[in-house]
Design a protein. Structure first.
Length: 613
């Protein structure tokens, strides 16, 4: 085949695949709560959809252009494979986005490839493989069809399509230049919906001609997440008092634990035990992901400080103090402690850290975790206090042993993530999740019985909670899992404290809005010799045992890149660069309303308190 003909076929093939990618990418905008107000929003959606897919298609097309020098058969095979791979990735990304509202990234790939966190069924993998093979055949047949048209001297009419691609590309960039200079939220929110989308900005030029809104930009900059290596933590030296008899401390944490699955039926052992202490009804995690949820629990501050602590390799004051008091520290996690990097943050100073559990499934790793802890606890030095961290994972993977007896029906046999959509009945999926929670409760029972049998029950403080929630399309917006919004389905978690100083009569305390940030200051003040220290020096939380503390009006929760100010009836979600959405508790936009910026002033102080000015 002549080189000129190859290039013509290649150009036609590229344009057709760009059109296919545009059709696939329309799906991203199905998940918008509503179209943005005004004229610019819809125009930006249409132009960015066409222009971005054309841009990505052309960039990927450069790889295909090199292969035009290959023999025809290899040329067709390579093009078919490349086009099928790119379209498959785009389709998969739409599924990821439909459930989590973010695109495939390094974090997602780590979770999938590790097998610890996201464990796809054989059926899901089979569907994906067969779909790819089918797409590969379609692409190859398309090339053969274009070759036949070429011999008949028929070509795809490309000029007007290419003109639309170019005009769309210029349009969305010009719109975004203006929107970025004026902090125009309807446009800035839209840009999160397309993968690898970085539209142009030119604030310097816009400022030169006076086409910029300085006040709106200042407000947006103030809300942005500022990450640097500069850290001022704690704010001053901490002078502790003597602790005569340290209590043993147990953190029993369940990954992806919904608030409504903490009850006498679903978690009979934990629920019965929690009645000896205080069960908090309105407790929220510091994150909708494991990283930020566990971070807030140990550091007593928002998860937005994660990168600062990781960069500096700074362990939390809580762990430092436990080691100063010669605690035996037992860290038993089901999934790996290296991703997220808890081995370089929370437990960075713990020697001989147990990095993960053995087993080829979450339930087996949870069983391994329990057996290892039982052995460690039995062999502990009884002359020293102990700190135990048990982090179960089965509910995160919807997993339990095949022969587990207590089951909730009807139940999904296997989880097919590709089948999750807004019309799916969530009950069978939820029942599978509840069964996995019940299984973890049965393991927790062994832990509680071992401590009771040891005679240390009265001298042990228990913190029982989850790292974040787990959504099953609770708000009918096709959200499944976590790390995708800040509604109660993903942030409201069980929370109970049982042990010395916590009375079952603390009804005034249990009804207050609480957060993971509150655990560290409570433990430091009442159990670890920090009663004379201003808790603001090391935490943004409050003392749960201080009945004089005013009830808070808001709290902070965060994800890998966003954070939210949550009140009793609203969510202000803020992106990394300061763009925001004002939502109700079902994640729908609150129209004709503005967030309480007086609250926001205090939020920003919490987010910057431990960063050097």
């Amino acid at each position: 085949m002549k080189y000129k003909n190859k290039m013509s076929i290649y150009a036609d093939f590229l344009v057709i695949n760009i059109l296919l990618s545009i059709v696939v990418a329309i799906r991203y905008f199905f998940f918008m709560p509503e179209l943005p107000s005004g004229v610019l929003g819809p125009i930006f959606i249409a132009s960015s959809l066409i222009g971005q897919m054309a841009l990505l298609g052309c960039l990927i097309g450069l790889l295909g252009w090199v292969t035009t020098l290959l023999p025809q058969r290899l040329f067709f095979l390579f093009l078919s494979f490349l086009a099928s791979l790119m379209l498959s990735i785009l389709v998969i990304d739409t599924f990821v986005f439909s459930q989590y509202r973010f695109h495939i990234n390094e974090v997602v790939l780590k979770l999938v490839l590790s097998g610890d966190v996201v464990d796809f069924s054989f059926f899901t993998w089979l569907i994906a493989a067969l779909s790819f093979v089918l797409l590969l055949l379609i692409e190859f047949m398309l090339l053969l069809y274009l070759k036949r048209r070429m011999t008949q001297k028929k070509k795809v009419r490309k000029k007007w399509l290419v003109t639309i691609f170019i005009v769309s590309f210029l349009t969305f960039n010009f719109i975004h230049i203006w929107a970025a200079a004026n902090a125009y939220q309807p446009v800035q929110i839209v840009k999160n919906y397309l993968p690898l989308f970085q539209p142009a900005t030119s604030n310097g030029l816009m400022q030169k001609y006076g086409w910029i809104d300085e006040e709106a930009l200042a407000k947006q900059r103030a809300m942005s997440i500022k990450v640097s290596s500069d850290l001022h933590y704690p704010l001053s030296e901490l002078n502790y008092s003597v602790v005569d008899k340290p209590v043993n401390i147990v953190f029993l944490v369940i990954d992806s634990w919904r608030y409504d699955s903490f009850n006498a039926d679903n978690t009979p052992s934990l629920w019965s035990f929690a009645q000896n202490g205080v069960v908090y009804d309105h407790h929220f995690s510091t994150g909708n992901s494991t990283r930020t949820g566990i971070f807030g629990l140990f550091y007593g501050m928002p998860g937005t400080y994660w990168q600062n602590m990781l960069t500096n390799g700074r362990s939390p004051i809580l762990m430092d103090r436990l080691q100063e008091l010669n605690y035996q520290i037992g860290v038993f996690a089901s999934a790996s402690l290296m991703d997220p990097e808890f081995n370089r943050t929370v437990f960075s100073n713990v020697q001989n850290l147990r990095l993960r559990s053995t087993g080829d499934s979450p339930s087996k790793r949870d069983e391994s975790l329990t057996e290892d802890w039982l052995k460690w606890y039995q062999e502990r030095d009884t002359s020293r206090p102990t700190f135990s961290f048990l982090f179960y994972d089965a509910p995160h993977g919807y997993d339990f042993p095949r022969d587990y007896q207590k089951r909730y029906e009807p139940m999904l046999k296997d989880v097919n993530y590709l089948a999750l959509d807004n019309d799916m009945d969530p009950i069978p999926f939820l029942n599978r999740y509840k069964t996995s929670v019940h299984f973890v409760d049965s393991l927790s029972k062994k832990v509680l019985e071992a401590i009771e049998k040891s005679g240390d029950l009265d001298n042990t403080l228990f913190v029982i909670t989850g790292d974040h929630g787990q959504e099953f399309n609770d708000n009918k917006l096709n959200y499944w899992g976590h790390n995708s919004n800040f509604t109660p389905a993903q942030t409201h978690v069980p929370f109970a404290i049982i042990g010395p100083k916590f009375s079952v009569d603390d009804s005034l305390v249990m009804n207050k809005l609480s957060t993971h940030e509150d655990v560290v200051p409570t433990l430091m003040k009442h159990y670890l010799g920090g009663e004379g220290i201003d808790q603001n020096n090391y935490s943004t939380g409050i003392d749960l045992l201080n009945e004089k503390t005013e009830e808070r009006d808001w709290l902070i929760s965060s994800s890998y890149s966003n954070y939210a100010m949550i009140t009793k009836d609203s969510i202000l979600e803020v992106g990394a660069s300061g763009q925001y959405q004002y939502l109700d508790l079902s994640n729908r936009i609150r129209k004709s309303e503005e967030p309480n910026f007086l609250y926001l002033k205090d939020v920003l102080e919490h987010l910057s308190r431990f960063k050097k000015k």
